[in-house]
Design a protein. Sequence first.
Lengths: 383, 113
Amino acid sequence: MTGEKLTESQQQIDAMLCRLLKGESLSWPYGDSNQAQIELFLERSSVHGVQASIWTSLQPGSWPQVIVEQLHKASLEAASWELAHRHALVQVLSGFAAENIGYMLFKGTALAYSFYANPVLRFRCDTDMLVSGYSKTKAEKLLKGLGFECSSPAEELVYYQQSWRLNSSHCGTHAIDLHWKLNNSEVLANLFSYEELRARGDEVTICGVKTFVPCKVDAVLIACLHSAGHEGIPYLVNGNSYLGGSRLVWLYDLHLLISHFSLQDWHDLTERAVQKGLGNTCAVILDRVREKFSTVMFLDGLEILASDKDGKATVYLDSGPIMRMWLDITACGSWKAKLAFVQQLFFPSEAYMRQKYASGSQWLFVLYIRRSIEGIYRRLHAN
Amino acid sequence: MQSAGMESCMTSLVYKGSFEQVLNRKIQISADALSQEIGGETVILDLASSTYFGIDEIGTLIWQMMKAGKSLQAIHADILSQYDVDPAILEKDMLGFVEQLKSAGLVSVVQNQ
């Protein structure tokens, strides 16, 4: 993992964002009329998903009016989103509890309600829920019953998640990402099972509804896995594609998590990371966190993590896209499964293609060509 | 507070009754009114009308005390003890605020204590 290549201006702005996230009192250093830097600041803070967070630590008097107004607007929008999303989420969580469907929240929403002073400060666009594979059908039925619609057809060998959307007149559109494995990669999918995460999980309460989230150590491993995964898989912000695992909202999650670590947590982290083949992946990501936020870390623990360079998951995450694909194919058990994986990867089912390209050509082969071109374009144009 | 897509609750309207008439009454927040604080301000979503409202810092203080079940009298006294403000002006502003919340359907004045 090498991290993104940034211009000097981008690096300076990112360094300012880190200092603001740490709560430092900063003034705008460029002059109110430096439009290029103002625009870059607004763009980078949006890409990094930290506008609401930095708004709360900004001293409005010493910043350009346009930045103050934009961050203020972004923080109110985030609060509005949180209200509506929480309303939708509480219905889902209550439904899962009533139907006795086991689940956990993980990533953004789980962290927002466990480690942030205010959930609004953790930018996100959806909520990730993990269920046991055995509960998937019940969970789908429940979401459907609550008015959610599945917007991603399941191709079980390639994807282990579905996006469910609720279009509500009260609250707008809200999405729940339903996972029945933690990761879509064949190599990483079985690193953690729902059952083991749930057994070690912590309880949190969201609007009176008790729910479970991964424990601190698992949350760090999942966050490292997620960040490292984006070294090879682009993410979208405001319609633009970005590649890399150094998005500040993710690294700041890790800063908050690690800040709550005890020595025992470090011991558990090193042991579990090495056992999962994630040692060096965690070391690289945590080193970035330390560099960005001066997070206090147990250096012996980092050394142990860094020495585990040959873990299966680390080798996978350090690989380029073609090697990742190859490793995923080899991770499929039987030859039949390998062939089915390749077929679904390159030639998904006709139903999937027709749904994805509803307004496209009637000829299926044209749709496959279009899908290939789009995939290549997205990768080439990721920032 | 003024913001795109939101309505302000902090304009000065005069409450239809006198301050004494509502002073000891408890303000009940509607079950449809969901609120979220951010940076000292509060955003309220009224599920009944699908409308968002924004309230400023003083409005947020009053809103939080209402949520905690305090009467207007107790809120008035609390704010006077924290801020250097003319009691009559605060009274007028509080009545205006409650009237705004009431006409938006976000609260109701429920009982004598």
